[in-house]
Design a binder for this molecule. Structure first.
Ligand SMILES: [Zn+2]
Length: 125
């Protein structure tokens, strides 16, 4: 699974099901946008990324690096973090709003639902 770009992963499907169930409609992985966001709400000009905590370097228990080959992982995950940040900057530069959902948030669907709805409805969180 190492280098494969994660697609249709559990967390992403959970977010898609949640938002679809709430009546939201969206595009997926649009190639014409930086980072190919997981969910694209074109008319709202908003995108959602669903990030795996390990690969994208989340500051949580699941994002902890392995204790072996620490320099390798630091470098690899560090590059992912830098690339994610650049994608967000590029999207904002093009007038998009960006929300990042972390894999670990899936365990708290209630609060995730509220956060996503605030983001999509444009209220300040
Ligand atoms: Zn996390």
């Amino acid at each position: 699974m190492a280098a494969v770009r994660q697609k249709d992963t559990g967390p992403e499907m959970a977010v898609r099901r949640l938002l679809h169930g709430l009546g939201y409609r969206y595009g997926l992985h649009r190639r014409d946008l930086p980072g190919r966001p997981d969910l694209v709400f074109r008319s709202r000009r908003k995108v959602v990324f669903v990030h795996g905590c390990f690969w994208h370097g989340h500051d949580c228990g699941k994002g902890r690096l392995p204790t072996s080959r620490i320099d390798y992982w630091k470098d690899k995950i560090g590059r992912n973090i830098a690339r994610d940040a650049k994608n967000v900057r590029d999207l904002i530069g093009r007038g998009w709003e960006v929300c990042v959902v972390w894999e670990c948030e899936i365990a708290h669907m209630g609060s995730l639902k509220q956060r996503l709805m605030r983001f999509l409805e444009g209220e300040l969180s």
